[in-house]
Design a protein around this ligand. Structure first.
Ligand code: G3I
Length: 486
């Protein structure tokens, strides 16, 4: 009978177990047996796992100074899969003296995240605030050049390692003008934001590039419209921008509004991802938290949510504001349960978009220069076999799928694997084992970048049998790939 549906029949759809159990009704014994037999259908029990069901992430800000607090790290490690350094990658932290970069605190947060299997958002490269004294004292072309050097220095250090950078932070004015905020950066010329984005794209082509701001959540606010117009203009003129970060610090002066979903939809419709980057809600209303999550879930290009701290006591607002999902003792609050439930009740996975940075599903990987596909020679499964280009066909040795762990798999259990980190290192198949040499970033420009090396998947020719290797990314079509979904 239908009740005996196999676990895979509703794979990953958490609502289905509840429907099955409900249909069983009073036959509690059967229901219990089904629950035991079908754990894959159980609702996820952490925020990250629940968000992953729809292809999204759930992140938190992390402060390096709290990494010694075991309650803090236990919760953070268990619940979140995307990490933002709360202060440690900002300008004053990373370039305290002009031209002298310091990544010690940033790396502590980065390493903790990666060692625990999490991805990292970079925050932030160009901002009027938290500038070191030397930068505050600059103006005009020397400040412009310092901004460019800073972006190159920080993005160079983390090249290939960051999911998305908040390239420019908080550049728009509060109030009714809808215009730019006055700042030393703004006074270098109105083009400072696009210069920052162009610099960022060149510095690390593998990172998504975001504009991030607060008070751009309410669709009716002038500031929201100002940022929207800038993003639309950037997309029209080809200024590289991949995402908009809605900080979403909600409080009585900037409350959640039901038009938030319209805001997310409107930005997404411009062809950028939307990320909720610094969520906190003064008072911690469980209903408002659920509304925010549901609004993101309603828009396929809303790709993830980050809360701005772990426990109330970790918040920049102070514990009294009760703005986060865990109380000062690390207990789950009502808001936590409402967020988890909302994530577990999400609809189907987001529809793949045109951005190759999202999970493209299974299919052939076709070289733009050659028109030929990434191919395992002779359909061998032997570890260490170097990959080649070959005329595209539909056999299994050209069927690749990307995973949420950033692997690119063939035959289900073999991974695209870099046999080194330098130019010319061979790209081969190898049994999947979770190493960084088997992780790849899929970029908006079609390049595929090795996480360990920061180098691009490169075809050393265009004909049948041309070998695949790593090589410094240079923007050529032999380093660009399209994924033909099955
Ligand atoms: O670490 C020092 C400490 O040694 C010193 O004794 C103390 C004295 O004031 O300051 C400490 O540094 C503070 C730091 O947070 C770490 O707690 C800084 O003063 C303080 O300015 C800094 O505040 C940060 C704030 O950005 C600065 O603009 C908050 O932690 C951080 O949560 C907040 O985050 C921002 C986002 O970057 C951008 N969007 C808004 C968001 C909230 O303001």
């Amino acid at each position: 009978m239908g009740m005996k549906a196999s676990p895979s029949s509703a794979h990953g759809r958490p609502g289905s177990l509840r429907r099955i159990v409900g249909a069983v009704g009073v036959a509690g014994v059967v229901a219990t047996a089904l629950m035991t037999a079908a754990p894959a259908d159980a609702a996820a029990s952490t925020l990250a796992a629940a968000a992953q069901q729809s292809g999204r992430y759930f992140g938190t800000a992390i402060a390096a100074g709290r990494l010694g607090d075991q309650t803090y790290t236990t919760i953070a490690n268990r619940e979140f899969d995307m990490i933002t350094a709360e202060n440690e990658m900002k300008i004053d932290a990373t370039e305290p003296n002009r031209g002298q970069f310091n990544f010690s605190a940033g790396d502590r947060v980065y390493n903790w995240a990666v060692q625990n299997g999490k991805r990292v958002r970079g925050h932030t490269l160009a901002w009027h605030s938290q500038q070191p004294g030397w930068m505050q004292a600059l103006s005009g072309s020397s400040l412009r050049q310092a901004m460019i050097n800073h972006i190159n220095g920080v993005m160079g250090h983390y090249r290939g390692k960051i999911y998305a950078w908040d390239v420019v932070n908080e550049a728009y004015a509060d109030g009714n003008s809808g215009g730019r905020r006055d700042s030393n950066l703004q006074r270098t010329g109105n083009d400072w934001i696009e210069v920052a984005f162009r610099t960022a794209r060149a510095a690390d082509p593998s990172a998504k590039l975001c504009y991030n701001d607060y008070n751009i959540d309410n669709w009716n606010w002038a500031k929201t419209q100002g940022v929207y117009n800038m993003v639309r203009d950037f997309k029209q003129r080809g200024v590289p921008i991949d995402c908009v970060g809605l900080q979403s610090h909600f409080n009585s002066n900037s409350p959640y509004n039901s038009n938030y979903r319209t805001t997310i939809q409107s930005f997404a419709a411009l062809g950028v991802d939307v990320q909720i980057t610094e969520l906190d809600i003064q008072g911690g209303s469980a209903t408002t938290y659920a509304n925010v999550v549901n609004d993101c879930l309603a828009v396929p290009r809303c790709t993830g949510i980050t809360v701005w701290g772990v426990r109330d006591s970790d918040s920049w607002l102070g514990a009294g504001a009760s703005p986060l999902l865990f109380d000062g003792n690390g207990n789950k609050k009502a808001a936590y349960n409402s967020v988890l439930n909302a994530l577990n009740n999400a609809g189907p996975s987001p529809t793949p978009t045109t951005s190759p940075t999202q999970n493209p599903g299974a299919g052939q990987i076709r070289g733009v220069a050659s028109g030929r596909c990434v191919d395992v020679p002779n359909a061998t499964t032997t570890d260490g076999t170097q990959l080649q280009l070959w005329d595209c066909h539909s056999n299994s040795n050209q069927q690749w799928s990307s995973t949420s762990a950033q692997e690119i798999r063939v035959y289900g259990n073999r991974c695209l694997d870099a046999a080194g980190t330098g130019n010319g290192a061979k790209v081969q198949i190898y049994s999947c084992w979770g190493g960084d040499n088997q992780k790849w970033r899929l970029n908006p420009d079609g390049s595929i970048v090795g996480v360990q090396s920061g180098l691009c998947l490169d075809a050393a020719g265009t004909g049948n049998g041309a070998q695949l290797q790593l090589y410094s990314c240079w923007g050529g079509n032999n380093q660009k790939w399209t994924w033909n979904r099955a």
